[in-house]
Design a protein around this ligand. Structure first.
Ligand SMILES: NC(=O)c1ccc[n+]([C@@H]2O[C@H](COP(=O)([O-])OP(=O)(O)OC[C@H]3O[C@@H](n4cnc5c(N)ncnc54)[C@H](O)[C@@H]3O)[C@@H](O)[C@H]2O)c1
Length: 385
């Protein structure tokens, strides 16, 4: 079986290494920090131990999986790899440098992939001699558990490279969706209003964190409310993705980050990992109770849901991804209770258009512009499915 290279032994790199090794590949994981390599080794071992304890893997399978992963701080070990996935810091210059060094080492047929959440894949290929071999292969955290992988061809990517990468990742048991090389691809773009509109509703004093979370969880059926989810992801990570998406969309007000979350980041109130975020997780702290008012809950749900559906419709309208891939991405990548476009059909396209127009009339902000495709579908009486 082919050898897979992983650059960056952090949360994502070690998770992807485990996925590839579980599929039978030999894996070489490289990081320039030996401490990161040691941490990744321990992390993979404890993840395998958990699988063994739960009876999902035998001891000997865990042992052989682990022995297929080699740790190194020398990129030269990538020489024999057929695919190298980069999962280093989210900075385009760092990734460009890394890919350029990689290209000098690997075979001409080696596929190079980036696990970036939001940066331009085309920009990463700009300094390569063979940019046609580079593409985005975006896993979700934790990679061994999350089934979705977004594959993003750059402007320069060869169709054959795309097909080969897709085959490899599908062979690892993952569900692949295709996205155009645009900021946030599918999931990290379509999910922005889940956080952004919730923050806006809070900032306007319409409801508190606990009430918004209650409405989105208990009334709309999301696994976690927006604030508990931001605290879980980490406000530092979540804020930074919003900021990158906002900047890369030329400061479109739809994606504008919020001061409320920025101040939490400033104060290092990152969420669960620092025991303070939107909520207080310190010992003895009491969780606030939501105001379980159904009318208020409906107002919150209809506003956030309309914004989510509007964003999903825009992604479809602007051909960033197909209808099926958008719905698949949101249900499998972030566990949404339904695909947003299927949900739009159930609610009624005209209801979504009405809600968006009402918000636009109220605020006179471009943030609330309705996707032209929704308006056209309403006129023509069409649905997504
Ligand atoms: N964490 C997530 O939820 C998540 C999800 C999907 C995608 N991503 C993306 O995956 C990538 C990695 O994220 P992460 O959370 O694993 O980061 P991380 O900070 O946990 O790990 C990054 C690792 O890369 C190493 N590194 C940095 N520069 C390097 C270089 N030049 N050569 C070798 N090693 C280098 C660091 O030492 C570190 O161990 C980022 O692009 C991120 O946007 C993250």
């Amino acid at each position: 079986m082919d050898t897979i290279g992983i650059l960056g032994a952090g949360a994502m790199g070690s998770g992807i290494a485990q996925v590839a090794a579980a599929a039978g590949h030999n894996v070489i994981i490289c990081d320039n920090l030996t401490i990161a390599l040691a941490k990744a080794g321990k992390g993979i071992q404890s993840s395998l131990k958990m699988l063994v304890d739960k009876g999902r893997m035998t001891d000997s399978d865990a042992y052989s999986l682990n022995s297929r992963i080699k740790f190194t701080d020398h990129m030269s070990e990538f020489r024999k790899c057929s695919l190298v996935i980069e999962a280093i810091v989210e900075e385009v210059e760092q990734k460009q440098i890394a890919f350029k060094s990689m290209e000098a080492i690997v075979d001409v047929g080696t596929i190079l992939a980036s696990n970036t959440s939001s940066l331009s894949i085309s920009a990463m290929g700009a300094y390569l001699r063979h940019p046609e071999r580079l593409l985005g292969v975006h896993f979700f955290n934790p990679a061994p558990l999350m089934r979705l992988v977004e594959i993003i061809p750059a402007l320069q990517t060869d169709q054959d490279v795309l097909d080969r990468a897709r085959n490899i990742v599908e062979g690892w048991g993952k569900t692949v969706v295709l996205a155009k090389d645009t900021p946030g691809f599918i999931v990290n773009r379509v999910a922005r209003p889940y956080y952004g509109e919730a923050l806006r509703i809070y900032e306007e004093g319409i409801a508190d964190f606990a009430t918004i979370d209650w409405a989105m969880r208990d009334m709309a059926g999301f696994r976690m409310g927006p604030f508990e989810l931001m605290d879980f992801i980490g406000n530092d990570v979540n804020y930074s993705v919003t900021e990158i998406v906002f900047e890369n969309f030329y400061y479109d007000p739809r994606y504008r980050p919020s001061f409320t979350q920025k101040r939490l980041v400033d104060a290092h109130f990152f969420g669960k990992k620092t025991k303070r975020g939107f909520y207080d997780y310190r010992e003895g702290a009491v969780m606030p109770e939501p105001t379980k008012n159904e009318d208020l809950g409906r107002t919150i749900v209809s506003r956030i849901l309309a914004m989510l559906i509007n964003e999903a419709a825009d992604v479809c309208y602007l051909k960033v991804a197909s209808r099926d891939d958008i719905d698949m991405a949101m249900t499998q990548g972030v566990n949404y209770p339904q695909g947003l476009l299927a949900w739009a059909d159930k609610i009624g396209i005209e209801k979504i258009v009405e809600k968006m127009d009402a918000l636009h009339d109220e605020y006179l902000e471009d943030r609330y512009r309705c996707c032209p495709m929704l308006r056209k579908m309403m006129r023509e009486g069409r649905t997504f499915y």
